[in-house]
Write a protein that binds this ligand. Structure first.
Ligand SMILES: Nc1ncnc2c1ncn2[C@@H]1O[C@H](COP(=O)(O)OP(=O)(O)O)[C@@H](O)[C@H]1O
Ligand SMILES: [Mg+2]
Length: 253
């Protein structure tokens, strides 16, 4: 049994089919989900994390159907995600943001929740998570005042606070400098080595190729190819649909 199984998932928005019979499995390691803008990558994350109910098909986590569950129930089962457009609680400090993710339920009434979690143990866990993602020096800073690179790390810390078995990262390197992307890659690699399963949506091909053990290529809502990075790199259909175009765009910049 695989940790995550997506079976024939179709997602329609009115007349638009964003995903068409998508099937994939994910286990330990880093699975890259790549493909052009609008391919359906984020929609697939939404279907896995309970933000959308697939029109057809099912999603199984540890053998259990989860595609009709709510986001917080899915978090409780062990799947956490980050968002392509970061969503910190802007008025809270970095530390408070991570604290809000501690434990399983993710939409508590914040005040009551803090009374429960604001002990020395919770503080220590938050410190540990901040240290891990390199945000300790910013613990007391308002989340909204962080630069984008650090907000992305904050998203990851918040997701880790829920103690996931499977972590879904939606373009975590977007907007980062190459140095920041490198150190983010090191963090993701480390998490995978510790046994976490990770699915990573990535636009930057080099970043995905270096980091991921396996790649799934989505194109217009369908899986175009799947395999090891070096197989994907020489797959003709992928080169036509995606790699070739990215290269041309890059040259034009
Ligand atoms: N909630 C929604 N309502 C309507 N259309 C949507 C919604 N979410 C995504 N789409 C459409 O589905 C397609 C896939 O989007 P998305 O999954 O965000 O692509 P990607 O993440 O690969 O860039 C796009 O055409 C997008 O406009
Ligand atoms: Mg997206």
């Amino acid at each position: 049994m695989s940790l995550l199984e997506v079976r024939d998932v179709t997602m329609r928005f009115g007349g638009l089919t964003a995903l068409k019979q998508v099937s994939l499995v994910a286990d330990q390691g880093i699975l890259g989900l790549i493909g052009p803008n609008g391919a359906g990558k984020t929609t697939l994350f939404n279907c896995i994390s309970g933000f959308l109910r697939p029109t057809e098909g099912e999603v199984l986590f540890q053998g259990q159907a989860i595609h009709r569950r709510r986001p917080h129930q899915i978090v409780a089962l062990g799947i956490a995600r980050t968002f392509q457009i970061v969503k910190p609680f802007s008025d809270l400090t970095v530390e408070e943001n991570v604290l809000s993710g501690l434990g399983k339920p993710i939409y508590p009434r914040l005040h009551a929740f803090w009374q429960r979690t604001d002990g020395p143990e919770a503080r220590a866990r938050v410190q540990g998570l901040l240290e891990r993602v390199g945000l300790l020096p910013w613990a007391k800073v308002k989340a909204s005042s962080l630069p984008i690179g650090l907000q992305r790390r904050l998203e990851i810390a918040r997701a880790l606070a829920t103690e996931p078995r499977l972590l879904l990262l939606d373009e975590p390197a977007a907007g980062l400098t190459s140095g920041e992307a490198e150190s983010l890659a090191a963090l993701v690699r480390q998490l995978a080595e510790e046994g976490m399963a990770i699915i990573l949506i990535e636009h930057n091909m080099r970043f995905a190729m270096n980091l991921c053990h396996r790649l799934v290529v989505l194109n217009r809502g369908q899986i175009l190819a799947e395999g090891r990075p070096e197989e994907i790199q020489r797959n003709e259909a992928v080169i036509d649909a995606y790699l070739g175009r990215v290269r041309t765009e890059g040259e034009g910049r």
